[in-house]
Write a protein that binds this ligand. Structure first.
Ligand SMILES: *Cc1c(COP(=O)(O)O)cnc(C)c1O
Length: 463
């Protein structure tokens, strides 16, 4: 087996830049038009200002950043994106991007296989999880016109917003003590007969909770509703659901194969830069809803073009190329991309264990994936909010190498009570702390994170 070593964009960039320059020169040299010439010194100044200003961000790349779901793409994805961007194909049509259209069909095939979708699926990349979900909800509306979108209270806010865009009602279904859609509450809503599609979130954005998809599917079918799975964040955990996740979550991951449509974001857990979501439909017959005949998008070949089966028009071929190259290196398997995700799950479990033993911090709920929420042990809602905010701020201060960056998550008194926390109800909501452990390096770092946060909590409680 080949030796595996660390890698950086600096190592990979020269190869692809040289190769694309050579590809271009094969067509004959020509000079850049003077209107596009630049003053090199000025460009250098601007780029220096840019790279300096980029330090106004939190250090998303560092294991001490354990806040929101943000991390840089893998260097392989960046090198593939960079080289393809130099040609800038548009996956709207084959005319706009022949090579990258084929790569996109390959990666969509890989994603379909990961979810156990039939060969007759239809799907494509999108610019985001938002547009991917919009597209699935639009198709649902066309199939079940006028009917509501049902989603859990823990689902992404995009579903309520997109229901407004689509002009259909939306209904938020209550959640249980692990933030998962309540089956009883869903059935009550389905019985009224007004639901056209149930949005099932497999890995909620806030808590990483897994809605009971395997049990929702027969229920939705019974009442004639479609089932759309929003697994924008959690989709790639399918790779390790059988081996590492709890049995209950694994059962629901398996059931994705029985859903009508599914959304996954390669720009979240697929090592890609932003601008890469994906939507898949189990039945390719939904393609009839996309019919258009515009005079300006002529297609030179008879093969299928993404423009004929997607809501968006222009899309970067570079996204398809970057995902394609990444999946050649880290395949959609337990030992490929799965290993990267597994490290985050273990990190979340290890930190959960440390939190459960802490005298001053407590775990909000057991994590299903790699997102954990925790809180200082205090007696009232107002105190909780105050101490959480103090911990959040103190942790992010000081020397760059000392900083720890967390996120916060807003909970209600009832949600805390549901999980066995008995706090004085002196205000309706309070912030708790939240960490998305999506970088595999977090696995080696949780003990340090925990110890520092305990120290800081002690200071916050005493001040
Ligand atoms: C992130 C996310 C979205 C929105 O996707 P974007 O790519 O940010 O537009 C929707 N649903 C879930 C569950 C998500 O985690």
């Amino acid at each position: 087996m080949a030796r595996l070593e660390p890698v950086s964009l600096k190592q990979l960039a020269p190869q692809v830049i040289t190769a694309i320059d050579s590809l271009k020169s094969d067509y004959g040299e020509f000079e850049m038009h003077p209107s596009q010439w630049v003053d090199h010194a000025r460009v250098s100044e601007v780029l220096e200002e840019l790279t300096t200003r980029l330090d106004q961000n939190f250090p998303f790349f560092h294991p001490n950043y354990a806040g929101q779901m943000i991390k840089p793409p893998h260097p392989v994805a960046m090198a593939a994106y960079l080289s393809t961007m130099m040609v800038n194909p548009n996956n709207h049509s084959r005319d706009g991007g022949q090579a990258t259209t084929e790569m996109e069909f390959e990666v969509i095939g890989d994603l379909a296989e990961m979810f156990g979708y039939p060969k007759s699926h239809l799907g494509h990349l999108t610019l985001s999880g938002t547009t991917a979900n919009l597209e699935a909800l639009w198709i649902s509306r066309e199939i079940n016109p006028g009917k509501a979108i049902a989603h859990s209270q823990g689902s992404h806010y995009t579903h309520t917003r997109m229901a407004e865009v689509l002009g259909v009602p939306s209904i938020a279904i209550a959640t249980d003590d692990l933030g998962r859609m309540s089956l009883a509450a869903l059935e009550t809503t389905l019985k009224a007969g007004e639901v056209g599609v149930v949005v099932v979130t497999v890995g909620t954005t806030g808590l990483g909770a897994v809605d009971p998809l395997a049990d929702i599917i027969p229920l939705a079918r019974k009442y004639g509703a479609r089932v759309h799975v929003d697994t924008a964040y959690g989709g790639f955990f399918r790779l390790i659901s059988e081996t590492l996740l709890d049995e209950e979550s694994a059962r629901h991951y398996r059931a994705i194969s029985e859903s009508d449509s599914v959304v996954v974001d390669p720009h979240k857990h697929g090592l890609q830069p932003y601008g890469c979501g994906a939507v898949l439909f189990a039945d390719d017959k939904i393609s009839r809803f996309y019919k258009h005949d515009s005079p300006y998008t002529y297609y030179a070949s008879k093969e299928i073009h993404f423009g004929e089966i997607q809501l968006e028009c222009s899309r970067p071929g570079a996204s398809a190329a970057a995902l394609w190259a990444t999946l050649k290196i880290f395949g959609l398997s337990e030992t490929g991309l799965g290993e990267i995700l597994a490290a985050g799950v273990r990190a979340a479990r290890n930190w959960s264990g440390l939190l459960a033993e802490s005298a001053i911090l407590d775990l909000y709920q057991q994590p299903a994936l790699d997102i954990i929420c925790f809180l200082p042990r205090v007696s009232s809602m107002s105190k909780l909010n105050e101490i959480t905010q103090k911990i959040f701020e103190l942790a992010g201060q000081g020397q760059k190498t000392e900083q720890i960056h967390l996120a916060t998550y807003l909970v209600t008194h009832a949600e805390l009570q549901q999980r066995g926390f008995d706090l004085e109800n002196d205000q309706p909501t309070a912030k708790i702390l939240r960490s998305v452990l999506m970088k595999p390096e977090h696995e080696q770092n949780v003990e340090h994170l925990h110890n520092r946060i305990e120290e800081i909590t002690q200071i916050a409680l005493e001040s």
